[in-house]
Design a protein around this ligand. Sequence first.
Ligand SMILES: Cc1cc2nc3c(=O)[nH]c(=O)nc-3n(C[C@H](O)[C@H](O)[C@H](O)COP(=O)(O)OP(=O)(O)OC[C@H]3O[C@@H](n4cnc5c(N)ncnc54)[C@H](O)[C@@H]3O)c2cc1C
Length: 498
Amino acid sequence: MRLVEAGHTVVLVEQGPAERSETIRMPLGLRSGLARPHTRYKSLSSARQVHLAGRAVDLHHGIGLGGSAAINAMIHTRGSPDIYDRWNMPGVNTDWSYQACLPFFRKYERAAHGASECRGRDGPLHLTQSANLESCERDFINCCGLVGLGENSDFNTYGLLGAGAFDVSIYKGVRQDTYETFLQAIMHSNLLTTFTGSVATRILLDGKRARGIALSRDNGDEIEIGCRRDVIVCAGALGSPQLLFNSGIGDGAALQLAGIDCNLHLPTVGKNLQDHVEFHIPVKTVRSKSLNFSMAAARWGWRLLRRGKMINAPVRVGAFLGGENAELGLIQYHFYRWLLRDDWAPDYGTPGFQISVGLVRPKSRGSLEFRKNDLVANPSYLSHDDDVAAMVRGIRVLRSVINRMVDVDKTAGIPFEPVGEQELVSHLRAKSTSSFHYSGTCVMGLAGSSVVDGTLMVHGVTGLRVVDASVFPVLPNTNTGASVCMVAEKACWHILNT
Ligand SMILES: Cc1cc2nc3c(=O)[nH]c(=O)nc-3n(C[C@H](O)[C@H](O)[C@H](O)COP(=O)(O)OP(=O)(O)OC[C@H]3O[C@@H](n4cnc5c(N)ncnc54)[C@H](O)[C@@H]3O)c2cc1C
């Protein structure tokens, strides 16, 4: 949007569809989405995880206009300032400290609540805070207070710690994803050409200058598109490094093995894979108004009036727990108002809720391995002992919260207690999964140890940038969508001003 508004000609290439079905626009529309095949997301099965009892984990990600933002849970949190201060590495040609990033968060946000010096008021992304919480959600916040977590009325203003309602990107009952926010307004501009159902297969290079891309369309056509200025790769933390690799930018030996000519030996492509590992605790309730029943009638409320249960985010409240050494925001809890099966489908008929324990400052690091047009992702979840210890503590604290909640069916038992440390770790390894916050695989930093510089230009190639979650040096200690939008705003500033 920013580039078109500034008068640039832009060609947008997206492998998924343009379709904006009600399932995408209706905030609760995807409640059971991840369990079924869908045109708007893909799932990559990870490599078998040594530290998750040898299991492979589903790495879901969105495709189509809006990307993963079109299927995500719409929680909008920036994370702790110290994370961005760590992005600001000495010698990197741009300031990425929180103070430098803050104007770019504010630029795209439009929030009526929160302190004005922290909040964007005039940007295109509408943010709201869920009101009319259900009794079980209020009870969760209350009980977090009782065990010493405290309450937090605004995670984007007063720091992360404590329990409260998340900001969500929903406006007038409709999901505000990156399509609705940034793209829709310029879809009919003469300056924008959009190719959907089109896979970018290669970046075209003239020596060490990007001159365009090759793409393969759904109808079998192969076309090449030239560019005068920059090729901007934003295919996500799984897609962007793969596209660089397929274009001969990556580890020379791996390229040779894959039978791809090496244009630039850049061994950091695909390294530094980070994700938040997550463990779910299902809780049966006595009479809670959870959403474990068919929502067919509620859908009509949305269609006709944009009212009712379907206008709500799937996760409206949560909490952050600090580390024992006061590390800010080490564990994030998400409160789901229904029980989920392992495949993310609702467990219909059983009243209850589910709370996830997410490790948001993981020390485990994984990597991607490339084959020609194929990818093996190994996030190496829980490979660091500190991650295991933090998750165990997070589960124990959560259990003491659940134990105090009024509507919990105590006869059904509260999972995981009393169990010894070893048994709990076994549960953790047997059940943990992804939070879908992949990042770091085209990491920003100094030449020689990273993929892109501080202006997100690929080291050693002119006119080629990467702009998505893959450039994060350190994963924000919360959901990642807000940071991706900030990175995109800052990248546009560089493109327009340098
Ligand atoms: C189920 C789910 C729930 C989530 N919940 C939240 C949440 O509540 N809050 C939050 O902040 N974050 C959430 N996230 C994470 C957040 O949505 C992502 O971190 C963010 O959208 C990533 O943005 P991106 O631009 O890096 O990649 P994506 O949004 O994944 O975009 C990449 C795009 O590139 C396209 N693409 C890839 N390769 C090619 C190719 N070769 N040619 C053409 N197109 C290609 C893809 O189809 C996709 O549209 C969630 C993610 C998922 C999957």
